[in-house]
Design a protein around this ligand. Sequence first.
Ligand SMILES: Cc1cc2nc3c(=O)[nH]c(=O)nc-3n(C[C@H](O)[C@H](O)[C@H](O)COP(=O)(O)OP(=O)(O)OC[C@H]3O[C@@H](n4cnc5c(N)ncnc54)[C@H](O)[C@@H]3O)c2cc1C
Length: 486
Amino acid sequence: MALKTPQEYIDSLRNLKLKVYMFGELIENYVDHPIIRPSINAVAKSYRLALDERYRDLLTATSSLTGETISRFTHLHQSTDDLVRKVQMLRLMGQKTASCFQRCVGMDALNALDSVTFEMDRKLGTEYHRRFRRFVKHVQENDLVVDGAMTDPKGDRSLRPSQQADPDLYLRVVRVSSDGIVVRGAKVHQTGAVNSHEICVMPTTAMAEEDRDYAVAFAIPSNAPGIFYVYGRQSCDTRKLEGAEMDTGNAMYGGQEALVIFDDVFVPWERVFMCREYQFTGMLVERFAAYHRQSYGGCKVGVGDVLIGAAAAIAEYNGVARAAHIRDKLVEMVHLNETLYACGIACSSQGYPTASGTYLVDLLLANVCKLNVTRFPYEIARLAEDIAGGLMVTMPSEKDFRHPQIGPYLEKYLKGVATVPTEHRLRMLRLIENLTLGCGAVGYRTESLHGAGSPQAQRIMIARLADLEHKKKLARIIAGIEREEE
Ligand SMILES: Cc1cc2nc3c(=O)[nH]c(=O)nc-3n(C[C@H](O)[C@H](O)[C@H](O)COP(=O)(O)OP(=O)(O)OC[C@H]3O[C@@H](n4cnc5c(N)ncnc54)[C@H](O)[C@@H]3O)c2cc1C
């Protein structure tokens, strides 16, 4: 069985010896670093749940390539049922970690590349699909974490890749030889990059012929020579260094992003899945984005479940749980959250097989899903802050709470209802702070907005897929302007 234990996963990271920089220093032991470790715990949770009988159906699948039981995070979707289970798995992971657990980007990259390499080979006579499938087998058999690396730095957004003042602002091929290619550039905002065994690189946008050197897709071990990482900061991240776990709001789990730099990295042909076939970049970006926009109808909903739970709990701790407007606000939060889930399930159940056999989501519904995700978590967060009260941002530290002289005053004056320990109230407020303003807000708020593409990217797709001509025809028939064809 190709399933790693959480401990095997963590040990496997130690062996990678990645070059990770943070606060201007090369981090010797990044696996045990207090700022990084919660993000590793979040990924490790996917390994733990895969071995848990209760969650097996969601966290594992039967490989279409080997027939083995594998992590669903490495699976190529074989049915709409697989697509639905993916969303359910992501919701569960969000519930269990209350953070970005990082493993879905790679899963979405694998599924997108599978169908696109197949269709590219069929049209152009290339041999990318065979190589790609061999790579997927390697990922499945070793239960690997894959970073899905699409976003380039992009420099001046009004210019194409080849028009940039610095040609490296989009990752590109700088040399081609009989053995492979050499690439240079960077990928920004890379979720879970430092917790990944492999990096799966894709172009960031549809390329024109003059941008053909930028039309490149490949997979490379995360510790390949020439790759290094600069760790991204998150709001309130240094609280994890203070030795006061209560102040973090979520001491166990967290997300992670990094800037990944490719300083002339050699990629052997066996790992190259697109090299200058600019005609297929649009299809790859569109399909990856669709899978990833589907993902958010699961993961953000699971985190939303925790935030709604925290808001309901703090309402009880504050003694306002029975107030009509509080109950109504909680209902509103649930309504918004379940609407996102409904979109995730809808685009999955309306999925269809591509030519390679791998299932794709309904593109229009996936884009509607993500456009809602750019808004609803913000409203859910606003309502949670409303219910929480101001103490979530004015509360003293855990060290004050534990202090022999000051502590008893905090115990007395920060109490809510008499039956609930003050510490429980403070912990719940810190969790809400984490998810709305702290480290957790990176995944719950800003990632909801920009991850898988900023809102305008979804609007462009919705405009393209809306088929307004069909709708106009429907209207003309009902208005008596046109006859319905028999
Ligand atoms: C927390 C987080 C995690 C992420 N994880 C990953 C990951 O794992 N892998 C990955 O590949 N990417 C990841 N991303 C990147 C994400 O896909 C990008 O943030 C997103 O595509 C927007 O790109 P940008 O951040 O460069 O913003 P910009 O592209 O600069 O967008 C900012 C604004 O400018 C507008 N804009 C941009 N270009 C134009 C233009 N040409 N004309 C008009 N308007 C324009 C946008 O619509 C938007 O309103 C992540 C992002 C976040 C925030």
